[in-house]
Design a protein around this ligand. Structure first.
Ligand SMILES: O=C(O)CCC(=O)C(=O)O
Length: 259
């Protein structure tokens, strides 16, 4: 069964997060701040994308520059997004739910362009973070109205409590290199919660929380969001393993003419 979630509040954030593996703040940012963030994103695309590598900007259609589906490391390229991940309320929330100081790791852009936006396969982010323990969160900020038609996020409630990771294998979906191979058990289905939400909503999930999203079935609406990744200060980060994984992935995607 898929149910629609009720929003959490910041005062109960830690408790809700520990129980469910995610929280929702609806909204974290008001309409004026969202106008600013969306304008800064447009500026970023015009100014920064031309100097970013192919491995940092993915297109749904490699021949269509208007079909950006994902961007990585936005904080490395631009002071506005660096400040947003390092100093804003998203970081405060990450520290609240993890109960310790965090290291901002990445700002990503997740888009599903109208008509061609692919589904996001079920996965656990920590599978490719290479952290021990896998103590990290992703904040996911809706930049516009998101619903079942354009591809809202779904979480499997409580899935962060499992001891290890579920099995993953290479997925064919650009931007989500690993997908779960055993997703869809009766328990997965019973515990799935969907998050249609308005622009300005912030969802935050644990690195072990199973999540996925549908394709964008709208012919006219995009589905744009930002991801803010934070590692717990106490988690050990195997940078060499992570870099080796990324280098192999980049080489494979290049060979397949996907980037
Ligand atoms: O935006 C999406 O469809 C997926 C985002 C995601 O996997 C994440 O934030 O970890």
């Amino acid at each position: 069964m898929t149910s629609t979630a009720s929003p959490g509040t910041s005062s109960t954030a830690r408790k809700d997060f520990d129980r469910d593996g995610y929280i929702a703040i609806q909204p974290l940012f008001d309409a004026e701040k969202m106008k600013e963030i969306n304008a800064e994103l447009d500026r970023f695309i015009g100014e920064c994308v031309p100097r970013m590598s192919r491995a940092e900007v993915y297109y749904e259609d490699i021949n269509d520059p208007d079909s950006i589906k994902q961007m990585m490391n936005m904080n490395d390229h631009d002071a506005y997004f660096r400040n947003l991940v390092e100093n804003g309320p998203v970081r405060q929330l990450a520290e609240t739910v993890l109960g310790e100081a965090v290291k901002p790791a990445n700002v990503e852009y997740f888009n599903k362009p109208p008509g061609i936006g692919q589904p996001t396969p079920a996965h656990q982010d920590g599978y490719f973070f290479h952290l021990t323990p896998s103590s990290a969160v992703t904040g996911w900020l809706a930049l516009e109205e998101v619903d079942h038609e354009n591809g809202c996020l779904h979480y499997v409630r409580g899935s962060h409590k499992s001891s290890g990771f579920r099995p993953h294998a290479r997925s064919k979906v650009l931007g989500f290199s690993q997908g779960m191979t055993d997703f869809g058990t009766p328990e997965d289905k019973a515990d799935t919660v969907s998050f249609p939400c308005g622009g300005g909503t912030l969802l935050m999930h644990h690195a072990k929380t199973i999540h996925w999203a549908g394709a964008n079935r709208s012919k006219t609406r995009s589905r744009r969001a930002l991801g803010f990744i934070y590692f717990a200060k106490s988690a050990k980060n195997d940078k060499a393993a992570r870099a080796a994984y990324q280098a192999k992935l980049d080489a494979d995607l290049k060979e397949a003419n996907k980037i």
